[in-house]
Design a protein around this ligand. Structure first.
Ligand code: ZN
Length: 277
């Protein structure tokens, strides 16, 4: 364990159908044959880890130009997955509040390449960017074939793929990657998406934190029973990952921070209030 600070960046919120967060919820039955779907709000976040030598950013949130008539997200996507973030909530501004710019970030780890995690990749022209190799393949395939609307935003990819960025792709069989003393990239493989990465951070006072991102959307996916999300490309892979995180949580006495859990997120200390150490 080393002297490290962990900042929680509040990047606003999104909404989508509840059955995409926890699959097979709100099912109709004989008493409620026309049970309505539910459109629910959830937080969008990123995390900054600061040591005396390096600054590591886990995820980048949505692009500031995601929404609106000429927004980067396709109009139908904006209707199904609207993003709500005022100026303060946009990643470059959250970093600025801490006296930082994108050029100050040494390493960016992308949990995956979906709209609400890889939206600001283009800003990090001076950082090492880590991503799962299978996730990069899926994103580039979506881009090349113009598969919009998918969670891989064509216009975001179009911006960053024109820049020569310093990519480090983590392969399927590579195992976990010790990034810094106390910081390990978890190679979680397929589940919610094609190639998921998590981050395990060991803090001196707080103890271990597992940044699960969308490998686990919320406590309801994980706590009492394993309930997969509706956004899923590999159900067995998802379950394997959830079990792996359980072992890590118990074996290391760490805390799991979910990708989009409103209740958990509201209880976390935000970067405007301080940091975890
Ligand atoms: Zn997400």
């Amino acid at each position: 364990m080393t002297d490290m600070k962990l900042f929680v960046l509040d990047l606003g919120s999104m909404k989508m159908d509840r059955s995409l967060i926890v699959a097979r919820t709100n099912l109709a039955n004989i008493d409620q044959p026309t049970r309505p779907a539910e459109f629910v709000e959830f937080p969008v976040s990123a995390y900054l880890i600061e040591t005396s030598r390096e600054k590591v950013l886990f995820d980048t949130g949505c692009n500031p130009q995601a929404m609106g008539k000429s927004g980067r997200w396709p109009q139908s996507f904006q209707k199904s997955y609207p993003y709500f973030g005022n100026e303060e909530c946009q990643l470059p501004n959250r970093l600025r509040q801490l006296g930082l710019g994108p050029d100050d970030i040494d390493v960016v780890v992308l949990s995956h390449m979906h709209n609400d995690h890889a939206g600001c990749v283009e800003f990090f022209g001076r950082s090492k960017l880590f991503c799962h190799s299978d996730e990069m393949s899926a994103a580039m395939r979506s881009y090349a074939l113009h598969l919009d609307p998918t969670p891989y935003i064509w216009k975001d990819i179009d911006h960053w793929s024109r820049r020569k960025l310093d990519w480090y792709l983590i392969e399927r069989d590579e195992g976990d990657i010790p990034l810094l003393p106390g910081v390990t990239i978890l190679n979680l493989g397929p589940g919610h998406s094609y190639g998921m990465l998590g981050l395990h951070v060991m803090l001196k006072r707080t103890g271990g934190i597992i940044l699960a991102s969308d490998a686990l959307y919320c406590a309801e996916n994980y706590r009492d029973a394993l309930n997969p999300p509706g956004v899923l490309i590999d159900s067995l892979g998802w379950e394997k990952t959830a079990k792996r995180i359980k072992w890590l949580e118990h074996g290391t006495g760490s805390e799991v921070w979910f990708g989009h859990d409103g209740r958990q997120f509201s209880g976390l200390k935000k970067s405007t209030e301080g940091y975890y150490e």
